[in-house]
Design a protein around this ligand. Structure first.
Ligand code: GLY
Length: 331
């Protein structure tokens, strides 16, 4: 006898906030739609929410348009250091990795931390040693680095921009006569990826993966692998994945803020908007979130110029990039 269907499966995806440049817009939209399809495929076959978010994030880690896995941005030394988290809303189990190098799919390493260790977060060398232990192979750094990432790094090193400039919201802050030219600002293009899901058994999960921010200090860890900041999942409220300025997101524990609002009775959409509003008000931070409530309502909001997003529910794929967009097709 098959398991009873208690919930309509839902998967919601983001491919990163910020001013995604036109040259990346089509690949970003295609990428988030492919990720949603991969996650939904898992769900309609009866797979778990955790399986779905891992599958979806792996698709985006393998797509060079996104700042995660292949396509990750570079730190000041020109190295790739990646962060990822995954969380299972059933019993609040979670696993994260930070500052890992030479890993194709950090989200799968985060899942191994969740399932095969007594810990919630492994960093740097220890995380890489654990990857070898569980049979996750090293890949050459060059296989993760795109020409776009190299060019962005060159620009940021030349203009000595800081992470604060990187994540301000408006192109109008770019000063031709100052530290940054508009050309440099135009390269700010892609950010973290993430997925949330509700499976047919009513279980929620969230996952987030990132290469961080261009020209970050070696060893810098942003919000993404921090449970409650980069992602949160709790079957009693819902699941959230975030993107945007990591230091701001960490300060307000953005993902947990969203679930907290849902616990107080807000819809997923209202909770997502309220949490981002608070981040802007308290720390002048910008970003985006995708959310699924425990009953399958969907939230998606961003306070940056663009965010690639998609979701699938009841056989309909929704997607967009610019504010106000909501394209819909059958899957
Ligand atoms: N949100 C990605 C980062 O700041 O690292």
């Amino acid at each position: 006898m098959s398991d009873p269907v208690v919930r309509e499966p839902v998967v919601v995806i983001h491919g990163g906030a910020w001013a995604i440049p036109d040259k990346l817009s089509s690949a970003s939209v295609t990428g988030v739609c492919a990720a949603a399809r991969a996650g939904y495929e898992v769900l309609i076959r009866g797979g778990s929410a955790v399986d779905a978010v891992e599958a979806a994030v792996r698709v985006m880690e393998d797509c060079p348009a996104f700042d995660a896995g292949t396509g990750s941005v570079l730190n000041t030394k020109g190295e790739v250091e990646m962060d990822s988290v995954i969380m299972d809303g059933r019993e609040l189990r979670c696993g994260s990795v930070a500052c890992v190098q030479n890993i194709k799919n950090p989200v799968s390493l985060a899942r191994a931390v969740m399932e095969k260790t007594d810990h919630t977060l492994l960093v740097g060398r220890g995380a890489n040693e654990f990857a070898e232990e569980v049979g996750i192979q090293r890949v050459p750094t060059d296989s993760l680095v795109t020409e776009d990432a190299r060019e962005e790094w060159r620009q940021f090193m030349q203009f000595k921009t800081t992470v604060n400039v990187l994540f301000r919201n408006s192109k109008s802050i770019c000063r031709d006569g100052g530290h940054v030219t508009s050309a440099a600002c135009d390269t700010r293009g892609h950010d973290t990826v993430g997925a949330v899901a509700l499976d047919r058994f009513g279980n929620t999960a969230a996952a987030t993966s990132t290469g961080g921010i261009t020209a970050k200090r070696p060893g810098r860890v942003g919000d993404s692998p921090i449970v409650g900041a980069g992602a949160y999942a709790d079957n009693e409220s819902g699941a959230v994945s975030t993107t945007g300025h990591g230091e701001s997101i960490t300060k307000v524990c953005l993902a947990r803020q969203v679930t907290h609002h849902m616990e107080s009775g807000m819809s997923a959409q209202a909770a997502s908007e309220a949490a981002l509003q608070k981040m802007a008000a308290r720390v002048k931070g910008h970003g985006g979130v995708v959310t699924v409530g425990k009953d399958g309502d969907i939230g998606m909001h961003f306070t940056t110029e663009r965010m690639a997003w998609s979701w699938i529910k009841a056989g309909k794929l929704h997607y967009g990039l610019n504010s106000g967009e909501n394209f819909v097709i059958d899957v």
